[in-house]
Structures are given as structure tokens and as C-alpha cells.
Design a protein around this ligand. Structure first.
Ligand code: AMP
Ligand code: MN
Ligand code: MN
Ligand code: MN
Length: 291
């Protein structure tokens, strides 16, 4: 057995950010679906990690504490996963708190913008879906728009609202790439670039992003991901090999029935890639047990 054959899911969300299941329930669902190593990666927050870790321990599931940090690079929003982080790191906690504080005013502006085009109760509606005002995301507004019948599903929301040029889009300055990498490293974690297929970057800009990411100490990119189109996997497999980066696999699960994959249901990484988890202790242990 090789590390590629383990069911590893290193990207998902709970109610601490924009998922709909509490952290412990995410862990139970992953375990029930055969996930062998799970990372919870809420946006800009580590508040769910203790409960998730405790549940994983009681189930005997290998758990990796994670986070998904919002970053602005060259005017674009990109997401960076920090995997194997120490949630107790002061540097990381302070950095994430700053990012969350920035979300509050952004969300208020988004609400005002949506009210102007006839979406009533946008602020209260989004807040009702969110655990707290400092973690209101576009997803929470999107759920409100669906609730109120403005759109049929989240996909429609993200075509008609909340994206550049559409109502509810508010330009925002997230963390700098180098800052986010420093926080992850200070917390003893490994940085993985999330869903590179989602960014509107041409070939050159993407190569530049990957270079900046690697120079800053980044170790891998998501190749198989629920936020990727099916053809993105082979494209990013090639890029990972060319750039000497490891590969990651994550569902980016937010809610049952939403998104492309449920927890652990993605295809395996291709054998010519080097999985980010290959040398991790839980992976070694699982492979030894299987041998
Ligand atoms: P924010 O961090 O507030 O900008 O919100 C970003 C979140 O919106 C992502 O993490 C996704 O959960 C969600 N999102 C973005 N684009 C889409 C899309 N096309 N379909 C569904 N959800 C999306
Ligand atoms: Mn999300
Ligand atoms: Mn993301
Ligand atoms: Mn995500």
C-alpha cells in the first residue's frame, strides 16, 4: 500500500466558518465515510479544532489541525491552507484575529450593497447563518439569498451576486502572502495553496504565484479538490511536478449535498505525485498497520 491509497481529506469547513455542521459532526461524518486522516480547515479561524480533535480521538480517527487563510496576492484573493498547525500559537492567533476583524466592515458594506438591489434583511439574514459577525462570509449571504428565493442555489448566487462586477461584491484587502506563510510557520504548520484552479490568473501569473509561494516556504498545492473543475486535477498535477511541490487532496466540504464532493469522496492523487501527507506520522502508522 502507498500513501496515495489512504483516504485523506485535508480541506473542510464547520459552523465555525461557513460550513453547516458543528466541528464534531464534521469529524463523525468523515469517519463514517471512511476518511482515515482528516484536517478541519475553517476560514481564518481555529475555534473548532479542539472539539474536532476530541471527537477524532474518541473515534480513533487521525486528525490534523488546520486553517484556511484568506490572502491578497497581486490584487487577487487566494486561499492558503495551514496544515498541522499548533492552534495555541500566539503569532497565528493574532494574525487570524486581524483577518477576522476585517470581515466585519466588509460584511456591513456587502449588506448595504445587497439592500440597494432589493435584498431585504441582508445583514440579519447573513448573521443568522453565521456563528459570529467576525466570521460572516459570502457563503452566509449566499444562503440568505437562497432562503429568500432570490436564487435557486449557491452556484446561481455566485454568478449573479457577490463576485466582481455584481451586487454585493466588496473589494477587500486580506492578509499578505508572506504574512500568512509566516503565521503558518510560526505555528509549526505546512502551507498548501488551496484550489489554484479557482483563481483568475493567466499562466504567467499563476507560475509567479507558485514561485512566490514556494520561495516563502510553501510545500504543496491542492491538486484534487472539491472546488476544482474535473480537468483542473491533471493541470495542477503537471504544475506541481514542474514546480517541485507536493500535492494535496481535499473535499472543501461545507454542507451535505452542496459542492462537488462529500467528505473523502474525491478521486485519489495520481501515483506520480508526492502527497503532502506521505511522511506524516499518522500516514506512516496507517501504512504500517496495513502492511
Ligand atoms: P469569503 O471568504 O467571504 O470571500 O467567502 C468565500 C467562500 O464563498 C468560499 O470559501 C466558498 O465557500 C464560497 N464560494 C465562493 N465561490 C463559490 C461558488 N462559485 N459556489 C459556491 N460557493 C462559493
Ligand atoms: Mn468557504
Ligand atoms: Mn477556499
Ligand atoms: Mn475551503
Amino acid at each position: 500500500m502507498t500513501p496515495h491509497e489512504l483516504n485523506v481529506d485535508l480541506h473542510c469547513h464547520s459552523t465555525v466558518s461557513d460550513g453547516v455542521l458543528p466541528p464534531a459532526e464534521v469529524v463523525r461524518r468523515a469517519h463514517a465515510r471512511g476518511v482515515q486522516i482528516l484536517a478541519l480547515t475553517d476560514h481564518d479561524a481555529t475555534g473548532g479544532l479542539a472539539a474536532a480533535a476530541a471527537e477524532a480521538r474518541s473515534l480513533g480517527l487521525a486528525f490534523v489541525p488546520g486553517v484556511e487563510i484568506s490572502v491578497t496576492w497581486a490584487g487577487q484573493t487566494v486561499h492558503m491552507l495551514g496544515l498541522g498547525i499548533d492552534p495555541g500559537s500566539r503569532v497565528l492567533a493574532a494574525g487570524l484575529q486581524g483577518v477576522r476583524e476585517g470581515r466585519i466592515e466588509r460584511a456591513r458594506q456587502m449588506a448595504r450593497d445587497l439592500e440597494r438591489v432589493g435584498v431585504q434583511g441582508a445583514w440579519e439574514g447573513a448573521l443568522a447563518h453565521a456563528a459570529d459577525a467576525a466570521l460572516v462570509s459570502r457563503t452566509h449571504f449566499a444562503r440568505h439569498l437562497v432562503d429568500r428565493g432570490h436564487c435557486r442555489d449557491l452556484g446561481e448566487v455566485f454568478r449573479r451576486y457577490l463576485v466582481q462586477g455584481k451586487p454585493g461584491f466588496v473589494p477587500h484587502q486580506w492578509a499578505r502572502l508572506t504574512e500568512a506563510m509566516d503565521w503558518i510557520q510560526a505555528a509549526g504548520g505546512e502551507a498548501v495553496l488551496a484550489h489554484p484552479g479557482r483563481y483568475e490568473l493567466d499562466r504567467l501569473a499563476l507560475a509567479e504565484l507558485l514561485r512566490a509561494f514556494r520561495d516563502g516556504g510553501g510545500v504543496g498545492v491542492e491538486v484534487v479538490c472539491g472546488s476544482h473543475a474535473p480537468h483542473d486535477a491533471s493541470r495542477f498535477a503537471t504544475l506541481a511536478r514542474e514546480q517541485g511541490l507536493r500535492a494535496s487532496r481535499g473535499s472543501d466540504f461545507h454542507a451535505p449535498g452542496e459542492g462537488r464532493f462529500d467528505l473523502g469522496e474525491m478521486p485519489a492523487l495520481s501515483r506520480d505525485l508526492s502527497p503532502v501527507w506521505a511522511d506524516w506520522q499518522p500516514a506512516r502508522r496507517l501504512l504500517e498497520q496495513a502492511a
